[in-house]
Design a protein around this ligand. Sequence first.
Ligand SMILES: Nc1ncnc2c1ncn2[C@@H]1O[C@H](COP(=O)(O)OP(=O)(O)O)[C@@H](O)[C@H]1O
Ligand SMILES: [Mg+2]
Length: 235
Amino acid sequence: MSQDILVAGNIEVAFGGGRRLFGSARPEVKVLRGVSVRIGRGETVGIVGESGSGKTTLGRALLRHTIRRIVTEPMRFHGVAKDSADAETRVLEIFERFSLAVACLDRYPHELSGGQRQRIGIARVALLAPDFVLADEIVSGLDVSTQAQALNLLKGLSRDLGLSMAFISHDLSVIRAVCDRVYVLNAGEVVEEGACEALFANPRHPYTRALIDAIPLPRVDPNWLGRAAATEILA
Ligand SMILES: Nc1ncnc2c1ncn2[C@@H]1O[C@H](COP(=O)(O)OP(=O)(O)O)[C@@H](O)[C@H]1O
Ligand SMILES: [Mg+2]
């Protein structure tokens, strides 16, 4: 039995190529030229080289599963899909529902936007139809409109599948958008617990009040606006 955990032979990666929108051909730049790597079980292998030598590209190539593999493998593992045709049908259904282009299936994660990756992560959950999901800061790092999109999908999913979910977030506005009930944790203790809407309408604990007050609101202070306009006129 092989003692290798990873064997990759003759990896070639090139960027560019093709034509620009108007006119000239885009030169293709070969970044990896036939790189072979073997990593033994329990072995730590260094990949070293100057900046731009292709280390990160190689690292990504070693994990490069396509999106198709990323979404179908857990279904096969958990015995959710009968066979690969069944898996593909389910994937296409969910991609349509989540407005994900079928072309994404043959892409690699780093080729997609953060929002697409997030929707694919949620699609992966939907395909497994679990009873319980632990979602830990799953929308932090996304911009607000991408967050809203992902949260709407998640809400629809939990309604349709009857999902139970522990939704962990440092962001109360995100909690408010998706949760039924909430526990407010401060320094390792629950300081307040209750139905989400009631807690927002009438926070009892000062810590909860402080958290709610810290939510940025799109409110314009008329005095500030007046001053800014005045400054502009004077200048
Ligand atoms: N998405 C990309 N598009 C075009 N060129 C890229 C892309 N990613 C990396 N490169 C180029 O590939 C080369 C290797 O980059 P990289 O793997 O990030 O090197 P390293 O991690 O060793 O600094 C660099 O010349 C870089 O500009
Ligand atoms: Mg790098």
